[in-house]
Ligand binder design. Structure first.
Ligand code: ZN
Ligand code: ZN
Length: 135
């Protein structure tokens, strides 16, 4: 599968039986339909899914890595601050850092204080900004 952003080949990461397709070049993430809901359910959140709404943005449209059709722009997060690309049939594309923001928005308010947050930790490991690996 090719990255809709930079056309590099996506690598598949498995997180608790959920497959995450990750682009090592631009650090974007593809989730198949339903996988975001699975991730949120696993992390104890689900509020986010209902807050998605379509937008007609001016940002360049990307194409779905599965069917190559133009994806829709949708807004996510409590205040619609995260702009995502969605193929209604296949899934969602997250630019670098957007998956983490989306999960944080979806889980905020429900997460218990001090709860182990394994997914955010995994994402921290994946999305280490350049030059910070050795800290
Ligand atoms: Zn890429
Ligand atoms: Zn598609």
């Amino acid at each position: 599968m090719k990255c809709p952003q930079c056309s590099d080949i996506l690598i598949t990461l498995e997180f608790d039986r959920i497959e995450i397709d990750y682009c090592p070049r631009c650090e974007g993430v593809w989730l198949d339909s339903g996988e975001l809901a699975l991730l949120l359910a696993r992390e104890g959140g689900s509020a986010l899914v209902g807050t998605f709404r379509p937008v007609s943005g001016k940002e360049r449209k990307r194409t779905c890595p599965i069917c190559s059709r133009a994806m829709k722009k949708i807004l996510a997060g409590g205040n619609g601050s995260i702009l995502l690309d969605e193929c209604p049939d296949h899934g969602l594309w997250f630019d670098r850092g957007e998956l983490k923001k989306t999960l944080a928005a979806g889980c905020s308010g429900i997460r218990e204080e001090g709860r182990e947050d394994s997914l955010t930790r995994l994402l921290d490991e994946i999305f280490v900004p350049c030059g910070e690996e050795s800290r």
